[in-house]
Ligand binder design. Structure first.
Ligand SMILES: Cc1ncc(COP(=O)(O)O)c(C=O)c1O
Length: 425
């Protein structure tokens, strides 16, 4: 076990939360929260009654079925069949409901799979660097050896991945899994191309490792053609798939799922990996709240097991915000700057001409009323990300985005570091 709770990586979320709390009137590009006006919580709560009506066995009274929902319940969950239909309809993923575990958000799925897969001190977790803090943070808390793989503009650098695997194998290490967010990666916003998706699956088969695919942003696709998920392309059962309802329904539901259809060998015996995950879950959260599953289950039944039209307005809203951000960045920083136009998701990355520090983030919040996320927070390699920031556009209005980018330009000009700002209003 290689755990250090004082690791600075684990402090970053607290730091940003504190900045947001201390400067509540600042425009925050830091948080990748979904926009709350779309939540419709009351209707989701009344969905529990609809769920009871639609799912109560004939022989049971309504009271009895409600009480059944109040009891401890199946570790794997009660709406697995609905999830299987959902991912088949929306992602063309064919899944046996028995291979699905309902989780307390994708975050619990991460904890379960990390605790299930990593047992030997020689097992290594590979992550493309930078990556989502929630996954890496948990792996660090669990004391798992982590190895960073470089990223290029659109995905993990697969040549570096292959070279690293060969190196690790030579040293007697076992690359056990790689963590990937192919659809609108957090924090870079990138969309993994099809050829890279196919190649990483081939590498997983060749070198015998798993791919943990985390897909909370897949519905938020704007103006590009959809590329199949890794799981939909997975011919070899190499991909373990994590889903989340935090962005599609609302985050306080704390509901996600884990699809694990692999077999594993121990001695002469072959086990279903999902059953090992179930064991681990039974000691983490016992079972995911059946009331919350009933809320989501009712939405899925009403929507005929597809969330595409349910999410349409949210997706349009985020697309408008993405456009507002891209246009504002272009306006204030010029098209010659290294700016990116994310094809989906909640985030855009921007290069800035000087290394940013925690103190400058505080200064920007205090004097310019705008908060952003420095990219160094997401990197394992602490020599990287100093000149990059992440801008989230999901939880703001277009007016706030325009004003926020103007304020950001003001901060950068004041630092006298951005000489190319040509068109400040
Ligand atoms: C890549 C990624 N995975 C997972 C999550 C969290 O999912 P959940 O709220 O379902 O735990 C987030 C949230 O920001 C995320 O960006």
């Amino acid at each position: 076990m290689n755990r250090n709770l004082f690791d600075s990586y684990l402090e970053s979320m607290n730091f940003l939360n504190e900045v947001s709390i201390n400067y509540p009137s600042a425009i925050s590009f830091a948080s990748g929260r979904p926009y709350k006006d779309f939540f419709n919580v009351e209707s989701a709560i009344s969905g529990i009654k609809s769920y009871v009506k639609a799912n109560k066995p004939e022989k049971q009274s309504t009271d009895e079925f409600f009480n059944h929902l109040g009891q401890y319940n199946k570790t794997k969950g009660i709406i697995n069949e609905s999830i299987s239909r959902l991912i088949y309809n929306d992602e063309q993923i064919a899944a046996n409901p028995e291979d699905i575990i309902m989780t307390d958000g994708a975050q619990e799925g991460m904890a379960i799979i990390i605790n299930t897969l990593f047992s030997s001190p020689d097992d290594v977790l590979l992550v493309s660097d930078p990556s989502y803090i929630g996954f890496i943070g948990y792996a660090k808390i669990a004391g798992i050896p982590i190895h960073a793989i470089h990223r290029n503009n659109s995905s993990t650098d697969l040549d570096h991945l292959e070279n690293t695997i060969q190196e690790l194998l030579k040293r007697g290490k076992k690359p056990r899994a790689i963590y990937e967010v192919p659809d609108f990666h957090n924090p870079t916003g990138s969309y993994m191309p099809l050829n890279a998706r196919k190649r990483i699956i081939e590498l997983a088969e060749k070198y015998d490792f798993y791919i943990i695919e985390d897909n909370p942003y897949g519905y938020f696709i704007y103006d590009v053609e959809k590329i199949p998920t890794l799981k939909a392309l997975d011919r070899y059962k190499r991909v373990i798939y994590l889903g989340s309802f935090a962005k599609t329904i609302f985050p306080s539901l704390r509901l996600g799922y884990l699809l694990v259809d692999q077999k594993i060998k121990s001695g002469n015996k072959v086990y279903n990996l999902v059953d090992e995950c179930k064991k681990v879950k039974s000691f983490i959260t016992v079972n995911t709240s059946t009331l919350l599953q009933a809320m989501a289950g009712s939405i899925l039944q009403q929507e005929n097991y597809s969330l595409k039209s349910f999410c349409r307005l949210k997706v349009e809203y985020c697309k408008k915000n993405r456009d507002a951000m891209v246009n504002a960045v272009k306006h204030f920083f010029g098209s010659d700057q290294e700016w990116q136009r994310p094809a989906g998701g909640f985030f855009m990355m921007m290069d800035i001409p000087f290394p940013i520090s925690d103190n400058q983030i505080l200064e920007c919040a205090e004097k310019h009323s705008v908060i952003f996320c420095p990219m160094y927070m997401f990197y394992l390699d602490k020599t990287k990300g100093a000149n990059q920031i992440r801008l989230a556009f999901s939880n703001l209005t277009t007016d706030e985005i325009e004003l926020g980018i103007e304020r950001l330009a003001g901060f950068l000009i004041k630092k006298n570091a951005w000489r190319n700002i040509s068109c400040l209003r």
